[in-house]
Design a protein around this ligand. Structure first.
Ligand SMILES: Cc1cc2nc3c(=O)[nH]c(=O)nc-3n(C[C@H](O)[C@H](O)[C@H](O)COP(=O)(O)OP(=O)(O)OC[C@H]3O[C@@H](n4cnc5c(N)ncnc54)[C@H](O)[C@@H]3O)c2cc1C
Length: 385
């Protein structure tokens, strides 16, 4: 019987990818250098290449598009039918950048890439249910545009049109010339001379006290969750809430985490589809709420419809889906995403101080801002040449 092929070890795989990266010779000069080959960087590279520019992506990881693989629990929630500027932290800037652009345009872009998509409750996913499909169609389209992927190379400095970077495989430092630069490396590099808000985690679980969280750990409930500050509602969301030993998790809670501060309270309605009168009627009939709420939650909390706990902070911040903060948007023209004081320097994705809720908003921003910056960078480089 033939022996099954052994999967290469992580170390071997890394060695192989480093060798592949080292084998790519970079040019001394390009029209557009995109720094960061994640979601926004790939969208920018495709846009710039399709506008006729010679494009290089400088990526510190061993492969481009790796950040996309972890999104949407490996399924990549790439956009949302309800995409609207109002959902973002800086609606005016996003509105000015988006113009009439919406979810339909993102679907059209991915259809042109050859990606089939599905919609679940307004959220768009690849039909394959695999984030790898999104990554691969983007890489294929970029390759068709002759984009060069300079992986395992870390951006260290930008001085006018000169890019300084370090090769991870040789530890050597080099420079190259670019007609325009698109910065798309999230918090990985911030240029001198531009104001930036500190990066802080957002879209993550919330640590809380006031409920027996250790006993509730792992239980899920469909609930309405309201974030309250001094008795006033700040945000309200409905969906699955997951009890954890330290507090609360789940997409609904991630969204509340964008605004949650220590001392706020979270009020949970464990049966939002029922008004209180019907809830109590059914509870009386059954002798408990076990016919309405997961009995294992009733075991711990009794037949309560409403629960309340106090926020003590954010939890598991290392796994936060977005970083709030980044380059202040007032320094950028929303029509081109070029920095006003730095001609030829463009920015896209999370490096700009833009963040949205869960549900495909952040990737939508990454795609659209990448397209704007890439197209404008190509035009700038052409005009400069
Ligand atoms: C676990 C998780 C799940 C998520 N799920 C979703 C989801 O389902 N839907 C959604 O809309 N959003 C989701 N997000 C958010 C979304 O992934 C980000 O908003 C989006 O990827 C931001 O795009 P970006 O290009 O700015 O950053 P990234 O995609 O992170 O790309 C940045 C790239 O820059 C590279 N880089 C960094 N520093 C340097 C440097 N100095 N030199 C060269 N390269 C560098 C990095 O290696 C990386 O490849 C999720 C995030 C996480 C962490």
């Amino acid at each position: 019987m033939a022996r099954a092929a052994r999967k290469p070890s992580r170390a071997r795989m890394r060695e192989q990818l480093l060798a592949e990266a080292a084998a790519i010779a970079l040019p001394d000069a390009v029209d557009v250098c995109v720094c960061g080959g994640g979601a926004a960087g790939l969208a920018a590279a495709i846009a710039a290449a399709e506008a006729g520019a010679a494009v290089l992506v400088l990526e510190r990881g061993l492969r481009c598009g790796e950040s996309i693989l972890a999104t949407g629990n490996g399924r990549c929630n790439l956009s949302n039918r309800a995409l609207a500027p109002e959902a973002f932290n800086d609606p005016d800037f996003v509105r000015a950048a988006f113009g009439s652009f919406g979810c339909e345009n993102i679907l059209a872009f991915f259809a042109q890439c050859g990606l089939a998509t599905i919609c679940e409750n307004g959220r768009i996913y690849p039909a394959s249910n695999q984030a790898a499909s999104v990554r691969e169609v983007l890489l294929a389209r970029a390759r068709r545009g002759r984009v060069i992927f300079g992986c395992a190379r870390e951006l260290e400095g930008i001085e006018g049109g000169t890019i300084a970077f370090r090769e991870l495989f040789s530890e050597e430092r080099h420079t190259l010339a670019a007609g325009a630069v698109v910065l798309a490396c999230r918090e990985g590099y911030l240029p001198d001379g531009l104001a930036a808000a500190p990066f802080t985690p957002a879209l993550c679980p919330i640590a809380a006290e006031g409920l027996p969280f250790k006993e509730l750990d792992g239980r899920r409930v469909h609930a309405r969750a309201a974030l309250m500050r001094r008795g006033v509602p700040v945000l309200q969301e409905e969906g699955e809430v997951l009890f954890r030993s330290y507090g609360l998790s789940g997409i609904v809670i991630f969204d509340l985490s964008r605004a949650a501060c220590p001392g706020d309270t979270i009020e949970l309605d464990l049966a939002p589809a029922l008004d209180d009168a019907l809830f109590f009627e059914l509870t009386e009939r059954a002798g408990s709420a076990r016919g309405i709420i997961d009995p294992s939650i009733v075991d711990v909390m009794g037949s309560a419809k409403h629960l309340s706990c106090t926020v003590t902070g954010l939890a598991q911040t290392e796994h936060a889906q977005v970083r709030r903060g980044g380059l202040a948007t007032a320094q950028f023209d929303p029509a081109t995403l070029m920095a006003y004081g730095k001609p030829g320097l463009f920015a896209a994705g999370e490096v700009l101080d833009i963040d949205g809720p869960c549900g495909g908003y952040n990737l939508s921003w990454a795609w659209r801002s990448g397209q704007i910056a890439g197209t404008a960078a190509a035009a700038f480089a052409r005009a400069r040449a």
